[in-house]
Write a protein that binds this ligand. Structure first.
Ligand SMILES: CC(C)(COP(=O)(O)OP(=O)(O)OC[C@H]1O[C@@H](n2cnc3c(N)ncnc32)[C@H](O)[C@@H]1OP(=O)(O)O)[C@@H](O)C(=O)NCCC(=O)NCCS
Length: 332
């Protein structure tokens, strides 16, 4: 799917918030669970540490403070929200949706609320959906959440996955603005590659002879997909919007692995000062990755009013998604 902001109402991000668990797990701690080393993890992934939720913490516990910060940043109350979309593969439970739980906890009784599953690309899918509903006038103000607690679905004895992921959540408030914020979206899915990154026994399909209930991944296949799709999706949306890499002030790629980001950055031609990287501190937080990166760029002063921002996510599905937008909010 590809589209540009056409005749619909201009829509942008009015508020941003994020939240990560307190507990920091450095690579050295992982050496006590699996045969790995800080050196290997740093060299192959660029990840130094990640945040891990407590046993009693679920997604809504991470998302709630992120939503409150985003609402405050936007200067609106929860009662003004009429749409909540939560992108995640680790909801509190299959139902009720985490979005419905958040609507209740925040106090948004008029909101349509649902969860959306698109792997690590979930936040990009959720942004596009909320954009469409707001631009079309179906909703007036949306809260879009991206977050995951992947630590709960990892095999802590599997070194091929446990070193990569972390927990975290982010939220943004979307509303109508005077000048265009979102300029275009490109989203896609390739189910044929789905078994490169999957969670057996997580739904209605039974799998003979496979008892694992944890994330399974073919790292090399996902690496190949990721390096190709980050470049392809970015080039596609830029071309459709009539923009070039040189026009983009801030590139916010999904934070999966520093080698994947470096590959895309070099291929696309972005200088490092225009690229947001925080995978070293958080690992891959799945749907939380892009909002966490936006929040870091706001904090370090790079996410300024007027900046042209390109975000690209990719992940399980296999899915991918890009958004090009003009940052319309005053920051800092
Ligand atoms: C997982 C990933 C870091 C592995 O890096 P790689 O360079 O491809 O490494 P390989 O899989 O080729 O493994 C190289 C060696 O390291 C070993 N190894 C794998 N994981 C290890 C770990 N955590 N610690 C130490 N050694 C490890 C392998 O067993 C292999 O050993 P061998 O050469 O003796 O067989 C990389 O493939 C990757 O990042 N893939 C994408 C994953 C991803 O981003 N998923 C989420 C997408 S949203």
């Amino acid at each position: 799917m590809i589209g540009t902001a056409g005749d619909g109402r201009p829509i942008s991000i009015a508020g941003l918030g994020c939240h990560v668990p307190e507990r920091v797990v450095a690579n050295a701690e992982l050496e006590t669970y699996v045969e790995t080393s800080d050196e290997w993890i740093m060299e192959r992934t660029g990840i130094r540490e990640r945040r891990i939720a407590k046993p009693e913490e679920a997604l809504s516990d991470l998302a709630l403070p992120a939503c409150r910060t985003a609402l405050e940043d936007a200067g609106v109350g929860a009662a003004d929200i009429d749409l909540i979309v939560v992108a995640t593969v680790t909801p509190d439970m299959m139902f009720p949706s985490t979005a419905a739980l958040l609507a209740d906890e925040l106090g948004a009784p008029d909101a349509a609320a649902y969860d959306l599953s698109a792997g690590c690309t979930g936040f990009m899918y959720a942004l596009a959906q909320a954009y469409g509903m707001l631009a079309g006038g179906l909703a007036q103000r949306a809260l879009v959440v991206g977050g995951d607690v992947l630590s709960k679905i990892l095999d802590w004895h599997d070194r091929s996955t446990v070193v990569l992921f972390g927990d975290g959540a982010g939220a943004v408030v979307l509303e109508a603005v005077d000048d265009p914020g979102f300029l275009g979206f490109e989203l896609g899915a390739d189910g044929a590659g789905g078994m490169s990154l999957w969670l057996p026994h997580s739904g209605s399909r039974a799998f003979d002879g496979d008892s694992s209930r944890f994330v399974q991944m073919n790292g090399r296949e996902v690496f190949k997909f990721a390096t190709r799709i980050l470049v392809q999706s970015a080039e596609t949306i830029l071309a459709r919007c009539g923009a070039s890499v040189a026009d983009v002030d801030l590139y916010v790629p999904h934070q999966a692995n520093v080698r994947i980001i470096d590959h895309a950055t070099k291929k696309l031609g972005f200088p490092s000062e225009r690229v947001v990287i925080n995978v070293d501190r958080y690992g891959n937080t799945s749907s939380g990755s892009i909002p966490l990166a936006l929040a870091d760029a706001a904090a370090d002063g790079r996410l300024k009013k007027g900046a042209l921002v390109l975000m690209t996510g990719m992940g399980a599905g296999l899915t991918w998604g890009s958004a090009l937008m003009r940052w319309t909010k005053e920051t800092g």
